[in-house]
Write a new protein. Sequence first.
Length: 163
Amino acid sequence: MTSRTSLTSRPGLLLALVLMGVTTSVAWAQTPLPGGFEIRLLPDYKHEPLQGIDSIVGKIVKPDGLEIMYEIGRVPTGAFRLGGDYSNRAAALPEQNRFWLKEQTIGGRKFTIAYGKDHGLTVSTANDKQGVNFSAVAKNDGELVDVLLMVLSFGEQKANDKK
């Protein structure tokens, strides 16, 4: 009997494949996000800003398909914390609730990536002032790769691209 090995059971291979796509030159459009950030969206995906109370929220969606939620918040300094402050949700996912947890630095930005047993993917990253958590439920390996390809392209908006 042959067994099918999914990419989710081989996180090293999955990240290597995604990183090849993220670090190679591709013709994806840069999409500005609030807070001075940008992300490259795959074809057919759209950015939808939402209304947050104490943080910046939105989603990246494919019609009748995958939905990636994000929340951008202030990186707290000192003991004083607000409700919308950033915390690394990927690292906070309990070990018994996840298949794997990985860290990778891309373009000088450190990403923490957790894949939960509920098939939820959480990606967290921060600079010294703001942090973002992305979350999505990937129904298959293709959706998992789509999330990683887009989310790992997240970064500060280049000065000449700011409007």
